[in-house]
Design a protein around this ligand. Structure first.
Ligand SMILES: Nc1nc2c(c(=O)[nH]1)N(C=O)[C@@H](CNc1ccc(C(=O)N[C@@H](CCC(=O)O)C(=O)O)cc1)CN2
Ligand SMILES: Nc1ncnc2c1ncn2[C@@H]1O[C@H](COP(=O)(O)OP(=O)(O)OP(=O)(O)O)[C@@H](O)[C@H]1O
Length: 289
């Protein structure tokens, strides 16, 4: 039985990075998005999150969405009210982002500590093609440890257990957040893929046995998942052959001069596309700030 490392071990490390380091790691991670793009439909709907808690910044994800014609969304906690204990309903819904900079999105700080946009037209998770999931730690099978609220597991559990392919669940984090193995809880929803500064990896899907699924209902899901969640039921992670940097490439990318050179090239390329991208900010008529 695996005991998970404490969350604060990772959250402390994240907070020790400077803003500049965070931004640089995020831009490195964003170089791998082109590989995710191959699996997406045109105009895909992509759930992001507003980074806080020292997380890998998500602005490069928004930049990517905008230059690729994807529609970006932010999660909203509590849009479905509270339970009888006063806790927010754990199902996240998603609000469209109308700005090109996250920092310009009108937000308030939710009592859990993250910036949150007020609700407008909200989508269910199943209406998204991809959800970029925040995480505290992730293992090499795609098991994810979050901030402990259970929001993503609750939001994604039903569609995952029904075998739905959509939305694709992609983790976005620093390399030091990737660990060998985490204990898997019965309600955990594993990731399909992971992007870190050093590469993109795909996880092999968990095979859900159809006959077991038929006998499962909302009430028996936990029992069902207990059966499914043993180590044998999960396959090993595979690293798709051309998805990652090898160690030489990685050290050359981590070399700051080389990284800046790469980023300058990608900026040059992107600015040549800029004329084609409408500025979302201009169309905004939001007065919530
Ligand atoms: N940026 C971001 N947004 C997100 C999440 C996330 O992990 N990151 N969530 C993922 O589900 C949801 C919010 N879940 C949360 C669950 C617990 C705490 C929490 O324990 N907050 C502590 C402060 C933690 C700290 O400062 O490091 C607190 O309230 O005391 C925060 C968010 C939705 N939005
Ligand atoms: N589908 C579920 N059914 C029952 N309980 C759940 C479910 N999902 C989460 N929980 C409850 O929520 C709590 C937090 O779950 P967990 O630690 O897995 O959250 P997390 O994945 O770290 O958080 P998040 O998804 O918000 O990032 C658990 O203690 C569990 O009791």
């Amino acid at each position: 039985m695996t005991t998970n490392p404490p969350r604060r071990q990772f959250t402390r490390l994240r907070r020790q990075l400077t803003d500049g380091e965070r931004r640089q790691y995020a831009r490195m991670a964003s170089l791998h998005l082109v590989k995710l793009q191959q699996r997406l439909p045109p105009r895909a709907r992509i759930g992001l999150y507003y980074d806080g808690f020292g997380e890998l910044p998500t602005q490069p994800l928004l930049d990517w969405c905008q230059r690729s014609g994807y529609r970006a969304y932010l999660p909203v906690v509590g849009s479905l009210g509270r339970d009888n204990k006063g806790d927010d309903d754990k199902r996240l819904r998603f609000v469209p982002i109308y700005h090109s900079k996250l920092i310009n999105v009108p937000t308030y700080i939710h009592r859990l500590g993250m910036p949150q946009n007020r609700h407008r037209h909200l989508l269910w998770a199943t209406e998204l093609d991809v959800i970029i999931c925040p995480l505290v730690a992730v293992d090499k099978q795609g098991n994810r440890m979050g901030m402990g609220g259970g929001f993503y597991d609750t939001t994604l559990g039903r569609s995952y257990r029904s075998g739905a392919k959509k939305p694709l669940k992609i983790g976005w984090c620093y390399d030091f957040q990737v660990v060998e193995q985490l204990a898997r809880q019965p309600w955990d929803v594993p990731l399909d893929g992971l992007i870190t500064p050093s590469g993109l990896m795909w996880f092999k899907p968990t095979h859900i046995d159809e006959s077991e699924l038929k006998t499962s209902s909302a009430d028996t899901v936990d029992t069902y998942l207990h059966t499914l969640g043993n180590d044998d039921a999960r396959e090993m992670l595979y690293y798709s052959q051309e998805q990652n940097f090898d160690s030489d490439e990685l050290s050359s990318v981590i070399n700051e001069a080389r990284l800046n050179e790469l980023l300058a090239q990608s900026d040059e390329f992107l600015s040549s596309l800029n004329g084609e991208i409408g500025d979302f900010d201009e169309g905004d008529n939001n007065s919530e700030k």
